[in-house]
Design a protein around this ligand. Structure first.
Ligand SMILES: C=C(O[C@@H]1C=C(C(=O)O)C=C[C@H]1O)C(=O)O
Length: 362
């Protein structure tokens, strides 16, 4: 055996010993999670998934990490370990905006790990309905994109739903121009994608396919599926859809902005407890009078609260009433935030707290 062969053998023996220790430790951890489940069961607590605790575990792992693996990489590994441990307690079901292969599914896996059961729904409304009906434990819906702005349909669904936001997750969005093996690449005359994705690639399409017809469909995955039977069509979609429908990439990362990302919300019937770094989302109705928004935001300014987003939507109750969706840092259990909420409620015609939840970790 050469010297390098001998060295390799020694190193692999060391790795085997480490793996065996890792396995013992992971099994020990899984046993602990099972015991946690028993405690929850004894207390009659049906929420096995604890968003605030999971966020704390991931943050502390990232803080303690000394390398050589980077913080995000170790957090991703622990995300999967926790996902498997939670599945031992209770396999959780998550409804997402489908079909299979959408970015919302990718966001769900990023947030809950691979052990959660992801159930595709055809529309955002259906995601809300399934969660409310108790057919699944949680739902995940897109809410805003860094290039295209807010997803109005999601905000409108909150107006009619009693569901709570119990988490958020952000996903980098990369789009590719995809074709099937039957596509005549030099004859592409139609491009399918979701309206948001077409918009996110507008400049690229204007330069490379100025005369191709752009057809908006329900989802990117739907676009990927459609082109299978059309030799003159291409689709814009992400990696998951490309893999799932076995499509080839004609051009990669064609989004106009390199920092293109989408924020998703986790919805459920559960209220997340404080994790130490939290956000709160509220919905406020105001009569349309001069200075309404200014008046509404004053308590935040006085309380020195960091606003992270303010959106306006026309209300569905009166023609000239407005609904403001406001996100800010802090948890409603914090007395300072509770005080601000009291002051906002005094000025608004209606205030609905959509939820306090851990700030996205990954
Ligand atoms: C173990 C628990 O239950 C679940 C699993 C967790 C884990 O594996 O660390 C963390 C939070 C919960 O989603 C717990 O509540 O502590």
């Amino acid at each position: 055996m050469s010297e390098s062969e001998q060295k390799l053998k020694e190193l692999r023996n060391r790795i085997d010993t480490i793996d065996s220790k890792l396995l013992t430790l992971m099994s020990e951890r899984a046993d602990c999670a099972k015991s946690v489940a028993q405690v929850k069961q004894l207390e009659g607590d049906s929420f096995y998934y604890r968003p605030e605790r999971e966020a704390q575990v991931l943050r502390s792992i990232m803080q303690n990490n000394q390398g050589p693996l980077d913080d995000e990489e170790v957090a991703r590994l622990f995300r999967e370990i926790m996902s498997a441990c939670l599945a031992l307690e209770q396999p959780i079901q998550v409804a997402y905006l489908g079909p299979e292969g959408t970015f919302t599914q990718a966001a769900s896996i990023k947030h809950f790990g691979h052990s959660a059961v992801c159930v595709p729904m055809a529309t955002i409304d259906e995601v809300f309905r399934e969660v409310l009906a108790g057919a699944v434990n949680y739902g995940i819906v897109p809410v805003e994109n860094s290039t295209e702005g807010v997803i109005n349909h999601t905000l409108d669904s909150f107006m009619e739903s009693p569901l709570k936001i119990c988490g958020e997750v952000e996903l980098r969005i990369h789009h590719h121009l995809l074709v099937s093996e039957h596509t005549r690449r030099d004859k592409i005359s139609r491009i399918y994608s979701h309206a948001q994705s077409l918009a996110q690639c507008r400049k690229w399409l204007d330069s490379y396919y100025p005369s191709a017809e752009r057809v908006a469909v329900n989802s990117n995955a739907e676009a990927a599926k459609r082109i299978k039977s059309e030799w003159h069509s291409a689709a814009i979609a992400g990696d998951m859809a490309a893999e799932l429908y076995e499509l080839e990439k004609v051009a990669e990362k064609i989004e106009d902005r390199p920092d293109n990302s989408t924020r998703f919300l986790i919805i459920g019937t559960q209220e997340a407890l404080p994790s130490g770094q939290d956000k709160t989302s509220i919905m406020v109705s105001m009569r349309n009078q001069p200075g309404a928004l200014h008046e509404l935001l004053e308590p935040f300014h006085k309380g020195n609260i960091d606003l992270t987003r303010v959106e306006t939507r026309p209300s569905n109750t009166g023609t000239w009433n407005y609904v403001f969706f406001i996100d800010f840092l802090g948890h409603v259990h914090d007395p300072k935030i509770a005080e601000v909420m009291k002051n906002v409620a005094a000025k608004a015609s209606d205030l609905k707290i959509l939820g306090s939840y851990p700030k996205g970790v990954l």
